[in-house]
Design a protein around this ligand. Structure first.
Ligand SMILES: Nc1nc2c(c(=O)[nH]1)N[C@H]1C(S)=C(S)[C@@H](COP(=O)(O)OP(=O)(O)OC[C@H]3O[C@@H](n4cnc5c(N)ncnc54)[C@H](O)[C@@H]3O)O[C@H]1N2
Ligand code: MOO
Length: 353
């Protein structure tokens, strides 16, 4: 595909330089091309010509002369340094140097950045504007990217009504379908939003029947309640349900269904966001063959309390049932040592996002 279409995709094949970078010796400054020994502070030299940036090669630099040269213009044969115009009187026919030239100064040498054959962007790299422009600079036009994994998302619960519906008594608007679809997109996958399933194991099994996806993610019905249909439907069909030592995100299931990997997340929207970011996001990145984590990490400045035996993953103290509070969330704080033994995580955890 074209370079621009590669934005936010994962590169599938190395981009190899087909030209040297820089392609020729050139000036890094507007100034004068000189032989270092001749351009001494206080000395005046005749200016034998101008070299603008543009096609073609300049004439060689005649001994005992200098040439005006512009940024990016090819260095004339014989010159070995550039004196910036600010270090001269700026003369057009004759120029007097206020400072002596330094050998090699303000010259970009051919191939000093990359050489033909160098790998400039490696397979597996997430492509952003910098990587794409680097690929363009060494001659790439078309690039190969990894296929986006198709990820089916399923929200469960009899209480759910679709966005746009005024909820009746006991009903809530399904925000997890939107949340999961957006999380999948953000992780580099293609979301396949399945119709919501009701609170029976049969409904869950019917919803997953014949699904065509690389990964399935469910939300809700994963805990120990009497009506937890995902667990009831899948626990003896290849999915292992465990209490994971994190908060939020305790009840989770992992396994395969119909030969497709599946992650069953708890239903609380904040739990969905946290467990996806910590667990499923890494699965999607692995499917894409992308070594880089989904969210960049930075050290945390302060510590925070974790309950005994669980790692408290913080998302700005948003309470699990308060969906609307999540509008403030931009990242996560992960405790450094993982599971808390003493009840308090030391400072120095990682903030992600
Ligand atoms: N006796 C115990 N009860 C609970 C435990 C426990 O260990 N013992 N764990 C608690 C924890 S922690 C969590 S998390 C929840 C998870 O329960 P489920 O995975 O079964 O989730 P649900 O009950 O289906 O839903 C929880 C909550 O989230 C709301 N929800 C669900 N789906 C959506 C949606 N699509 N959009 C918006 N909101 C949704 C749902 O209405 C519930 O309020 O279990 C605890 N209980
Ligand atoms: O672990 Mo639950 O996921 O606290 O909210």
């Amino acid at each position: 595909m074209s370079l621009i279409d590669g934005m936010d995709r994962v590169l599938a094949e190395d981009v190899v330089a087909t030209v040297d970078g820089p392609a020729f010796d050139n000036s890094a400054m507007d100034g004068y091309a000189v032989r270092t020994a001749e351009a001494v502070a206080g000395r005046t030299l005749p200016v034998s010509g101008d070299i603008p940036a543009g096609p073609g090669l300049p004439a060689p630099l005649a001994p005992g002369t200098t040439m005006r040269i512009m940024t990016g213009a090819p260095l004339p044969q014989g010159a070995d340094a550039v004196v910036p115009v600010e270090a001269t009187d700026g003369g057009v026919e004759r120029v007097t140097f206020a400072e002596s030239a330094v050998a090699g100064a303000h010259v970009r040498r051919r191939g000093e950045d990359v050489r033909v054959g160098d790998v400039v962007v490696a397979a597996g790299v997430l492509l952003g504007s910098w990587q794409l422009s680097a690929a363009a600079s060494v001659g790439a036009v078309e690039i190969a990217v990894r296929r986006k994994p198709r990820i089916a998302v399923l929200a469960t619960g009899d209480e759910l009504v679709p966005p746009g519906t005024v909820p009746g008594p006991g009903q809530i608007i399904d925000s997890n379908s939107t949340l999961l679809a957006a999380l999948v997109k953000g992780a580099g996958g293609v979301p396949v939003v399945l119709p919501r399933a009701g609170d029976t194991p049969e409904a869950v099994i019917a919803a997953l029947d014949g699904v065509d996806a690389d990964l399935i993610v469910t939300a809700g019905g994963a805990s120990v309640g009497a009506y937890d249909p995902v667990k009831a439907a899948l626990a003896d069909r290849g999915v292992s349900f465990r209490a994971v030592a994190m908060q939020p995100g305790k009840p989770q299931g992992i396994g395969t269904v119909q030969g497709i990997p599946i992650a069953c997340l708890p239903g609380n929207p904040v739990s969905v966001a946290v467990t996806f970011s910590v667990v499923v996001g890494a699965m999607v990145r692995t499917m894409l063959g992308a070594p880089e984590p989904l969210m960049p990490a930075a050290p945390a400045a302060v510590g925070w309390a974790s309950p005994h035996g669980r790692a408290s993953v913080r998302s700005r103290r948003v309470r699990s049932e308060r969906c609307a509070e999540a509008r403030h969330v931009r990242g996560l704080a992960l405790p450094p040592g993982g599971v808390a033994r003493q009840g308090t995580s030391p400072s120095g955890g990682a903030c992600r996002g």
